[in-house]
Write a protein that binds this ligand. Structure first.
Ligand code: NAG
Ligand code: NAG
Ligand code: NAG
Length: 392
């Protein structure tokens, strides 16, 4: 009886192990070598893996060169992209032939990206060619990792480094979790946003560590139900909803929760930014809670006159309506005198704004201030600076 039982257990375990591990597609079996170009090997391994349910593409430790690739679904079943090594993008933008992504995951359900490896975008040369500060409709440079139409998936334990433009971009994704993702680029690298979420829903980001030259996380139009927890951000421009109202036909943003973030040495803290003279739109149900600011400019900011490099006419107000927003338990230090700045639109004033338990000290001499324009926030708990010391 005991013996039979253990044999049954062992065979059951073996069966479970073999189905769980799935079929492994190691790019080395497709001719990949360390320090070599693996574009073809990876493309072939992906194709083969995608045709099998429960498969895993493995890129083992080592450094590899990779040209632009689109890892396309739909696949037969769940698929894992296991990157243990470091992938290096071409440095020159010419080899991208105008394409705006380096590694593109597209139309995949049940994808896991994992392995502890690095996507190194080699952005240094491209940053010098970035013309977005000068030109309103600038050239979009390649984004390190694009997730287009990805559903029910997980991205964990990977690093994105020195992207030429945004590091990670989501378009039309649903139910996607990011865990333990690291993103790094120099403080002065242009438009190297960490994670940009556009037209997506049910996205969770937990335990991310992001330091770049632009927003750590930015949220574009058509995005709902996003939870960002325990994110460390800096250097960079902070965590941002928007910019919104730049284009026609933008869809609403709603249901955004940022809980338990630490921002260090960023240009802004948590903000909502919309362009003046915009088409109409909405941003609602947006909540920032338990955020620590360490040496941060504009820690709490609603900016409905967002107009970087004077690229717009701000003669008429923004028409993006901001509604049901809270800033709760935000503490630490500000590098700007205006620690709290709520500048809403004259044509559509902000409504249902809650400001609770704020303790922000100005790093220079003088006391921090709080500005309220076209908004009357509901205030509770500690208020340092006092709420709406400047009203316009
Ligand atoms: C995402 O976060 C929300 C809020 O914390 C939670 O209810 C939900 O279960 C999370 N989803 C996943 C897939 O982890
Ligand atoms: C405001 O946000 C809260 C918290 O997410 C939500 O429960 C509530 O339904 C929202 N209220 C309105 C009027 O949108
Ligand atoms: C306020 O936020 C800090 C930092 O996240 C956290 O440690 C603390 O528990 C929060 N306080 C309350 C009352 O939630």
């Amino acid at each position: 009886m005991g013996k039979n039982f253990s044999i049954t257990t062992v065979s059951l375990l073996l069966l479970l192990t073999s189905t769980n591990a799935g079929q492994v597609f190691d790019i080395k079996s497709y001719g990949a070598q360390t320090n070599g170009d693996i574009t073809q090997a990876l493309t072939q391994a992906w194709k083969a893996a995608c045709a099998v349910a429960g498969s895993k593409v493995v890129i083992s430790t080592g450094t590899y060169k990779l040209g632009l690739v689109t890892l396309l679904g739909p696949c037969k079943g769940a698929i894992e992209f296991n990157l243990q090594g470091t992938l290096q993008a071409p440095s020159d933008i010419e080899s991208f032939k105008g394409k705006d992504g380096w590694v593109v995951f597209e139309r995949i359900d049940s994808l896991t990206v994992s392995g502890g490896g690095v996507f190194d975008g080699h952005g240094q040369m491209a940053w010098q060619k970035n013309n977005c500060a000068k030109k309103y409709n600038c050239d979009i440079l390649p984004i390190n990792i694009r997730f287009n139409f990805i559903t029910n998936s997980i991205v964990q334990d990977i690093t994105s480094k020195d992207s030429k433009f945004f590091h990670i971009n989501l378009l039309e994704c649903k139910n996607l979790q990011f865990q333990h993702v690291t993103i790094t680029a120099p403080r002065d690298s242009p438009n190297t946003d960490g994670i940009h979420i556009g037209r997506s829903s049910q996205i969770n980001i937990t335990n991310a560590n992001i330091g770049t030259g632009d927003d750590c996380i930015s949220i574009g139009d058509g995005t709902q139900d996003i939870t960002i927890k325990q994110v460390t951000c800096g250097p960079g421009h902070g965590i941002s909803i928007g910019s919104l109202g730049r284009y026609e036909n933008e869809q609403p943003v709603s249901g955004i929760r940022v809980i338990g973030a630490t921002l260090s040495n960023t240009e802004n803290g948590v903000r909502i930014k919309t362009w003046p003279a915009s088409p109409s739109g909405t941003a609602s149900d947006i909540h920032f809670e338990n955020v620590i600011m360490d040496n941060v400019g504009n820690p709490v900011l609603i900016d409905q006159n967002y107009c970087p490099n004077n690229q717009c006419s701000n003669e008429s107000p923004s028409n993006v309506k901001i509604n049901n927003v809270s800033f709760k338990n935000i503490t630490g230090t500000s590098t700007t005198l205006e620690a709290v700045k709520l500048v809403c639109s004259k044509s559509v004033p902000c409504q249902q704004v809650v400001v609770a338990d704020i303790d922000l000290a100005y790093k220079g001499s003088g006391s921090a201030t709080s500005t309220c324009v076209n908004v009357r926030p509901a205030v509770s708990g500690k208020q340092n600076p006092s709420a709406c010391t400047k009203k316009i």
